[in-house]
Design a protein. Structure first.
Length: 222
């Protein structure tokens, strides 16, 4: 006797199958597609002879989905080297700030040493936060309505998380790219710090740093 149980509704999986058939690139919610696929498998597992009518997983979509979830590791060596090199480069740019701080301190009056050191620490700390919340989105705007959106990296689309954690994102991770670009954005403000040493109020320089790191540098670099 055939069961009257209805097949599960799988809108996310159906949309994914259509996307694969059309040759599109997956940018949706991987978790929703995975849950739909799991529901289909659970439904099919209850099928017996004369029981449920099975719903078949589309072979092409199934293979493509597995590929999206678990990208090939054939290029893992290159992927690892790319990330390692970018992080080493970011660290080298970071320690440049120590050189700038000592250079500026040596070229100015001793009474301004604390001011110089504070500016360099401020650039790294507040500058990175500003780039995190505004600069990164401005640097890589994507859709126009996200150009100056609040959240920066904190507003990552869940559907792109898989690509951002693998070699699918330009050969390195989103997070590696962030720290690399943020270091250069902060360095741009540090260079200006040396040019205006003893020539600008601290409060004015702090405002300038936020604007440069969060908006000016990313717009020019985008």
């Amino acid at each position: 006797m055939v069961s009257s149980a209805a097949p599960p509704a799988t809108p996310a999986w159906d949309a994914y199958v259509k996307l694969v058939a059309d040759g599109g690139e997956f940018e949706g919610d991987a978790n929703a597609v995975f849950k739909d696929a799991q529901a289909i498998l659970e439904y099919n597992s209850g099928a017996t002879e004369g029981g449920y009518e099975e719903i078949a997983l589309d072979p092409d979509a199934d293979a493509a989905f597995v590929s999206d979830l678990y990208p090939s590791t054939s290029g893992y060596g290159t992927f690892l080297v790319n990330n390692l090199w970018l992080l080493i480069s970011a660290f080298l740019v970071f320690i440049m700030h120590l050189g700038f701080a000592t250079l500026e301190s040596g070229l100015t009056q001793s009474k301004n040493t604390v001011n110089i050191l504070f500016k360099n620490v401020f650039i790294i700390s507040i500058g990175l936060l500003t780039y995190f919340f505004f600069g990164f989105n401005t640097h890589y705007p994507g859709e126009f309505n996200k150009f100056f959106s609040w959240g920066g990296m904190a507003s990552v689309d869940p559907g792109t998380m898989i690509a951002n954690q693998t070699e699918l994102y330009a050969g390195y991770t989103w997070w590696t790219d962030f720290i690399f670009q943020a270091m250069f954005a902060a360095t741009a403000a540090t260079i200006v710090s040396g040019a205006v040493a003893e020539r600008i109020k601290l409060s004015s320089f702090m405002i300038y740093t936020v604007l440069l790191v969060g908006f000016l540098y990313p717009v020019v670099g985008s």
